[in-house]
Design a protein around this ligand. Structure first.
Ligand code: ATP
Ligand code: MG
Ligand code: MG
Ligand code: MG
Length: 563
């Protein structure tokens, strides 16, 4: 490819609204452009990277025996009503109506659609196990789309769904997908870690996330020094507080909020950080259930917050089973709180710590609750996030904490969808069995940003060579002034192309400084510079993107050198 034929839309200035380095560099390198909040156009250079990521994922999924399908992005509401998620999913689900007033959504994920397909298409146990995947556009109406394509609203996902007769078969495919994900992220050239994870909106029992390690990651992951244990910190139960650490407290509030509230909105008027509200849920449309994990001195904030005019008296309470039912699949991340006790926060409580700490549980601050009859006795949980240096839950070694970007997530769904949607199959004896399912996601577009977070310097992006838009940048110095240089460059360009090397030939009439800066910014791994003086000696100048110094190599050895 010649730069004069490429929409090379590089920018000198860092766009003001881009917070993280990958977002800044993707804009500056001319890889993406914003259309609206969370919606991006992929420019030619960016799309080349995206397609390479896709190709590696596709090859490895095929290799693992998965079959590629392509399902519609728009999904009928009926299927979501069948699974129960039409009610549960909340405002991240973009709902639409067609001209006949029929309800649809733009798929944030495809469990319902594939389950519907399989219950119709697969008849015999002999067709199992089977794993189907697609690489397709998803839409999630994220409350705060940010960091460019890292947390977009429209994004590209690889999602796979496997079907089984029993748990053993699911475990086998799950393990195979775990291995496959390891191979994918290795091939992509990224530093990553697989961790135990929560099952979130998707549901199921066992699950692992794959994180690309980067300082800017939104998740914290804990891993043991022995290397045997790794988990998203939201999964790790902290050991009792040590020594002088502030004593953390937990409050779960059932509050009455005017409209559907998201965690961010609730946390805003509670004046606590979203990361401190671990879950928020919608109960009957207008009552939010919020679990807050607060550290010692922050208890004061919630006392103020409960007096906020927008939070009315708590009107209802939930029994532990109701909490579990309401929390559904999210219960895992709540650990002991959700299972044991919802604490009702009364806005008139003089001192929240009184009832959070169990000191005052005579009902004085709690509306209409007979402890022990309506609810279990209040308990106080010493719950805090794990910290570096805490003992590892597996009893071996201590924990370190790193930041990660979630790029993949695999789940054992069990029969969550197949039971609700009656996806059954006849076994050997002709008996109808409810299918067992797994699902496996990868954030294809997010990987592109994650790779940049991990691989960049002051000059720009440094692509791992497996996903670089081009592998070699060919830069002639002032080519338009010399026919000889022009011929030699075109000649080398053609040789590189015939050797199957993806080369970007900078044939613009630009100053060398501009060409160097652009090629470094867009992150091409190898750079070849041709000049009059070098040609006299039949030499070109080579520099790897991470090299400090350039070196000269004979022009007729370039291909050999690069291979
Ligand atoms: P997150 O915790 O970042 O919101 P998630 O847990 O909601 O992600 P999953 O339902 O596990 O996401 O979806 C599978 C994968 O899709 C994720 O591991 C992630 O890589 C990617 N993904 C999810 N949401 C987005 C988004 N808004 N933009 C880009 N990629 C996303
Ligand atoms: Mg999400
Ligand atoms: Mg997640
Ligand atoms: Mg996830």
């Amino acid at each position: 490819m010649r730069t004069t034929r490429l929409l090379l839309a590089t920018l000198k200035e860092t766009p003001a609204d881009a917070e993280v380095i990958s977002h800044q560099l993707m804009l500056r390198a001319g890889m993406i452009r914003k259309l609206a909040a969370g919606l991006y156009t992929w420019l030619p250079l960016g799309l080349r990277v995206l397609r390479k990521v896709e190709k590696i994922i596709r090859e490895e999924m095929d290799q693992a025996g998965a079959q590629e399908v392509l399902m519609p992005a728009i999904q009928p509401a009926e299927l979501w009503q069948e699974s129960g998620r039409w009610e549960q999913y909340g405002p991240e689900l973009l709902r639409l109506k067609d001209r006949h007033d029929r309800e649809f959504c733009f798929g944030p994920t495809h469990e319902e659609i594939i389950t519907d397909l399989i219950r119709r298409e697969i008849r015999s146990y002999k067709q199992l196990p089977a794993n189907f995947y697609q690489i397709q556009t998803k839409f999630r109406d994220e409350i705060r789309p940010r960091f460019g394509i890292m947390r977009a609203r429209e994004f590209l996902m690889k999602d796979a769904y496997s079907f089984h007769l029993d748990q053993n078969s699911l475990q086998e495919t799950y393990d195979l997908m775990y291995e496959t994900y390891n191979r994918i992220f290795k091939r992509l050239g990224l530093k990553f870690r697989a961790v135990l994870a929560d099952t979130g909106n998707i549901g199921g029992s066992r699950s692992h996330e794959f994180h690309v390690l980067a300082e800017s990651g939104e998740d914290a992951i804990a891993y043991s020094t022995t290397g045997h244990y790794a988990a998203n910190v939201e999964m790790v139960e902290a050991p009792p507080p040590l020594g002088e650490r502030p004593k953390p407290t937990v409050a779960m509030a059932l509050i009455n909020t005017p409209n559907q509230q998201t965690i961010e909105q609730v946390s805003q008027f509670l004046k606590v950080k979203p990361s401190q509200c671990i879950k928020t849920l919608l109960v009957n449309g207008n009552k939010g259930l919020v679990a807050l994990v607060l550290r010692g001195d922050q208890t004061l904030n919630i006392i103020k917050a409960t007096k906020h005019p927008q939070i009315a008296n708590p009107l209802t309470f939930a029994a532990p089973e109701q909490v579990k039912e309401v929390l559904g699949c999210n219960i895992g991340s709540l650990g002991p709180i959700g299972l044991t006790l919802p604490i009702i926060v009364d806005h008139s409580a003089a001192h929240l710590a009184d009832f959070v700490c169990g000191a005052n549980k005579d009902g004085q601050h709690l509306v209409g609750v007979n402890w022990g009859r309506d609810l279990p006795e209040p308990q106080v949980f010493d719950l805090r996030n794990v910290e570096a240096g805490d003992p590892s839950p597996d009893g071996q070694g201590i924990l370190s904490i790193a930041r990660g970007i979630e790029v993949g997530h695999i789940f054992q769904l069990g029969d969550k969808y197949s039971r609700a949607m009656q996806a059954t199959i006849l076994d050997e004896e002709g008996k109808a069995i409810i299918l067992t399912m797994g699902c496996y996601g990868i954030g294809v577009s997010r990987i592109v940003a994650a790779a940049i977070e991990q691989n960049h310097d002051d000059q720009g992006i440094i692509w791992p060579s497996a996903i670089a838009p081009f592998n070699v940048a060919l830069l002639p110095m002032n080519m338009h002034k010399s026919q000889r240089l022009r011929d030699a460059t075109v000649n080398l360009y053609e040789q590189l192309q015939s050797a199957g090397i993806e080369v970007l030939f900078d044939d613009r009439k630009e100053r060398p400084g501009v060409m160097f800066a652009d090629m470094e910014l867009i992150g091409i791994p190898h750079r070849l510079v041709l000049g009059e003086r070098g040609l006299d000696k039949n030499e070109v100048e080579y520099k790897g993107r991470r090299d400090q110094e350039s070196q000269t190599i004979p022009i007729n050895e370039v291909i050999q050198f690069l291979q």
